[in-house]
Design a binder for this molecule. Structure first.
Ligand code: AMP
Length: 214
């Protein structure tokens, strides 16, 4: 049994804001599972399931996967034993219906969110960040060819949706479909804004400070 308090967090932000990088660091400190719908959908695709194949086509175009599909995945995942004492959601919710479905599930389980961390980065910075992004083919560790190059000998891969065209589509989706959840959580007093345009260490520090104040 862990002595850590229960904590339920959401990371929101545009593509390339650093959600995945920060989530990996924070879950180590907070000892909660990292639940990334993007990672779950990529795993389904790797496994060659029907869902993975359909989702993969949408992901490559920078489109969103239908709400009912991702809501189903997350509801099953947060019901697993390791998520009973908390979780860090990364990339979910991404639409208002997803946020409402999550609220309903948490209410039914008589638990509450502790915070929604918004990692802010201007659109103008996103393209360069994403097109330089690579990840370790084995560990999934994230690098940037210009800002944080991988060590010699590390075999890196690029996400198929990290192309300029897909990034533009993903940013447009972010503003149209995901940005509306920001006022939704702000109205509940849960939103913590963090400047994502600084070093990963500085962002982690700002998030921890914002959460301690909460
Ligand atoms: P991510 O790894 O979070 O950038 O997600 C990669 C892609 O997976 C997104 O561009 C979407 O196509 C899909 N995806 C991930 N999470 C969601 C979600 N909550 N709702 C809809 N589509 C999602």
């Amino acid at each position: 049994m862990s002595n850590n308090p229960e904590v339920r967090l959401i990371l929101v932000g545009p593509p390339g804001a650093g959600k995945g990088t920060q989530a990996k660091r924070l879950v180590d400190t907070l000892q909660i599972p990292h639940i990334s719908t993007g990672d779950m959908l990529r795993a389904a695709r790797e496994a060659g399931t029907e869902l993975g194949r359909k989702a993969g086509e949408l992901m490559d175009r920078g489109e969103l996967v239908p709400d009912d599909v991702v809501i189903g995945l997350v509801m099953e995942r947060i019901a697993e034993p390791d998520a009973k004492r908390g979780f860090m959601l990364d990339g979910f919710p991404r639409t208002r219906p997803q946020a409402e479905a999550l609220d309903a599930a948490l209410e039914a389980a008589a638990v509450e969110l502790d915070g929604v961390v918004l990692i802010e980065v201007e659109d103008a910075k996103i393209e360069r960040r994403i097109t330089g992004r690579r990840s370790d083919a084995v560990t999934g560790d994230i690098y940037h060819m210009e800002f944080d190059p991988p060590p010699d000998g590390v075999d890196v891969v690029q996400r198929p949706d990290d192309t300029v065209e897909a990034v533009r589509a993903r940013l447009a989706k972010y503003h149209a479909s995901t940005a509306p959840i920001i006022p939704y959580y702000d109205a509940q007093g849960l939103l913590r804004r963090v400047n994502g345009d600084q070093s990963p260490d500085a962002v982690t520090h700002e998030i921890m400070v914002a959460l301690e104040r909460a």
